[in-house]
Design a protein around this ligand. Sequence first.
Ligand code: SAH
Length: 451
Amino acid sequence: MNTLPLFFNLTHQSVLIIGGGDVAKRKADLLHKAGASLVVLAKHFDESFLAFLKMHQHTIIHKSYESADLHTLPRPAVIICATDDDRLNHTVYHDAKSLGIAINVVDCPALCDFIFPAIVDRSPIVVGVSSNGKAPVLARLIRAKIESQLPSNIGKLAKLAGEFRQIVKEKLPTITERRYFWEGVFDRALSDKQVGVLSDELDDFMNHQQKSGEVYIVGAGAGDPDLLTFKALRLMQQADVVLYDALVSDEILDLCRRDSDKIFVGKKRQNHAKAQDEINELLVCYAKKGKRVLRLKGGDPFVFGRGGEEVQACQTAGIPYQVVSGITAALAASSYAGIPLTHRGVATAVRFLTGCYQTNEHFGGLKSLYQDDETLVFYMGLHALEKVVGGLRASGVSSDMSIAIISNASLPTQQVLIGTLDDIIQKNAQAKMAAPAIIIVGRVVELYQPK
Ligand code: SAH
């Protein structure tokens, strides 16, 4: 972050603008909206700019700029230099610096102490987007995107909320209660749902207030943050406490509410930071304290995710909970590697299996014999590759059956290894595929096209 976004209160502060053209006028418009008193110095003014300045009684100085001007004029809060004269821009910049006044020379990032972001103005809500001068067009497109997603009445609601704040403070004594109330109201507003009169909303909230917290059991997808669902993201931004797995990346974790407590509960193979029972207890314990607890898991909570046990723990303790599905590793591996799991004329069924928990000599993961038109997907199978391959062979699958190992699916580190039951163990010994990895077995693997 090269520049820190700050919101500058310019009300009644003097701002000096050098330049009388179109660009200067655009900045003047903005600064006028922010309540600044403008002093505009230029040799030539566009007619419309002059009319604008006169109408709003800003100060007009009709002359060429000289360094002495900065000493004779009242000291401005900031200076904007908007001329197309390169030498003049440099002179003004150095004059401003020698007096310690912050300056923006329009379209010269090297001569700027501060920059103008692309702005979404739904006052009192104001959003500024900056690319630090690197890609202003992108910043503007992002602005447009935000603009299109904010309901039109959001500014009005924010204003009403400001007026109603004190009443809420009196009726809801704790910060947590107040936050829950406001989150409920704004969440509905942002999803374009009906928000009633705020006093009715408050009565309603007080009548239905939950004394205990809630548990959100949420799938974070296979790794790429773009695979998060909107619902996952919303709950991530609401939760007070986050219990997360080893499979949840820092990038995803960063999207959780900034001031939430984040607790690593591990769960890499044979390296469990916390046993499942302890995790269940933590969930219930925090929820009983009134917290909103997010259990953030890789992939989907109900696919080899032990989400079912966490649900049972909540049910036993009478804690309200929600389960939010995520993109499970099998689906991410399939789409990111380009191997469909079903394909007309090739595979009409898919089975998700685990390579883990197999203690028998005979590989118990394949309870029924392999069907010719199905695809098998193994989770947690990399460390048990020999057992998986041996089990398949023992089930009568032919040695030239195709098999793929997809490691770190959906992440920049994704790798794909293709082989047959005959050679995959040897190929993997050479390639040393990294965990986590998904194994896909079936004729669909033949559809794989290396990129
Ligand atoms: N609930 C998770 C699965 C957890 S079990 C889900 O729905 O995806 C852990 C196993 O998931 C790993 O051993 C591996 O087989 C698989 N896995 C998780 N993330 C993966 C990824 N990004 N790439 C490949 N396999 C992954």
